[in-house]
Design a protein around this ligand. Structure first.
Ligand code: SAM
Ligand code: DTB
Ligand code: SF4
Length: 326
């Protein structure tokens, strides 16, 4: 079976994939995965919150929003030296990419000056760099590209129709505009979303269809399982059926065959069998290290033990920083 990259998926087609019998869906996704990737390699990124909490936005899932009392202590932007210590540790632990997250609606220009210096430092260690700083204007996107930022993460989070239930302080179009600026500036795009927020299958299908119908697929597609944090409006949400999460990974793989699909937040709540199923369904990237931004992630040696049991290998050399053919 030969897959070509498509950008014209129809809503019914994507929904039909979600509704396939589980075995048919997994078989298709795994076959697509094998055509484009070594199925036994996983890309490893480490995440660091360089500016934590106190965020002006009201994203209903987020422990860092100033609208909710979650116990997250607000911290100002970290200094370069502190970030470099963490980046060196990430590299020594085997990460190929270092992702820096800031709880901002959007950065100020003076923040970008500091971030540019940090990015140059991290890059000098031979790590790929990724940042997620909120909305960007054109000038900011160009500056980040110039200082050597490889990836920019900005998620759609959910479908356009469900979006208003989750965030009211910025629009879906705002997100698409930032993503277009990142692409125009020549950076690779890391864009995905969250499942388990009470959305329906059609919302998951719609979100993945929006990503797949972009003129260039995001190089990296993080699929997060909602981490339910005390104090956020989504705490107490009905837990997602594990198979529905695996289905979302499989459909992302089929729709975006050459993209790295990241089994992102939520692994603490997944057993090893479920994670193994995600790798089979086409996930080939993870966040590695005991913390995501503010919530726990499995210990690195726990992940390495699972990799050993499954015969998976971390991808060592940065080799994904190549924009997909359109
Ligand atoms: N403030 C910037 C923004 O929103 O673009 C960057 C940081 S923000 C924390 C990055 C992403 O983390 C969000 O878009 C969301 O997809 C994910 N995220 C945040 N809280 C989460 C949670 N509780 N569970 C799963 N994913 C979460
Ligand atoms: C993404 O899609 N997930 C990451 C990263 N991009 C920035 C963040 C997950 C955050 C989970 C909640 C927390 O730790 O605060
Ligand atoms: Fe702020 Fe980002 Fe959290 Fe939304 S997801 S509240 S923008 S840190």
């Amino acid at each position: 079976m030969q897959t070509t990259l498509r950008h014209d998926w129809k809503a019914e087609e994507v929904l039909a994939l979600f509704n396939l019998p589980f075995n048919d869906l997994l078989f298709t996704a795994h076959s697509v995965h094998r055509q484009h990737f070594n199925p036994n390699e996983v890309q490893i990124s480490t995440l660091l919150s360089i500016k934590t909490g106190g965020c002006a936005e009201d994203c209903a899932y987020c422990p860092q929003s100033a609208h909710f009392s979650t116990g997250v202590k607000a911290q100002k932007l970290m200094g370069k030296d502190e970030v470099m210590i963490e980046a060196r540790k990430a590299k020594a632990a085997g990460a190929s990419r270092f992702c820096m997250g800031a709880a901002w609606r959007e950065p100020k220009d003076r923040d970008i000056d500091k971030i540019a210096d940090i990015i140059e430092g991290v890059k000098s260690l031979g790590l790929e760099t990724c940042a997620t700083l909120g909305m960007l204007n054109d000038t900011q996107a160009k500056r980040l590209k110039e200082c050597g930022l490889d990836y920019y993460n900005h998620n759609l989070d959910t479908s356009e129709s469900y979006y208003g239930n989750i965030i009211t302080t910025r629009t879906y179009q705002d997100r698409l505009d930032t993503l277009a600026r990142v692409r125009d500036a020549g950076m690779s795009v890391c864009c995905g979303g969250i499942v388990g927020m009470g959305e329906g299958i059609s919302d998951r299908a719609e979100m993945l269809r929006t990503l797949a119908n972009m003129s260039t697929h995001p190089e990296s597609v993080p699929i997060n399982l909602l981490v339910q944090v005390e104090g956020t409006p989504l705490k107490g949400q009905q837990e997602l059926d594990a198979f529905d999460f695996v289905r979302a990974i499989a459909v992302a793989r089929i729709l975006m065959p050459k993209s790295y699909v990241r089994l992102s937040a939520g692994r603490e709540a997944m057993n090893e069998q479920m994670q193994a199923m995600c790798y089979f369904a086409g996930a080939n990237s993870i966040f590695y290290g005991e913390k995501l931004l503010t919530t726990p992630n499995p210990d690195a040696n726990q992940d390495m033990a699972l990799f050993a049991r499954l015969g998976l290998k971390p991808m060592s050399a940065p080799k994904e920083n190549v924009a997909n053919a359109a």
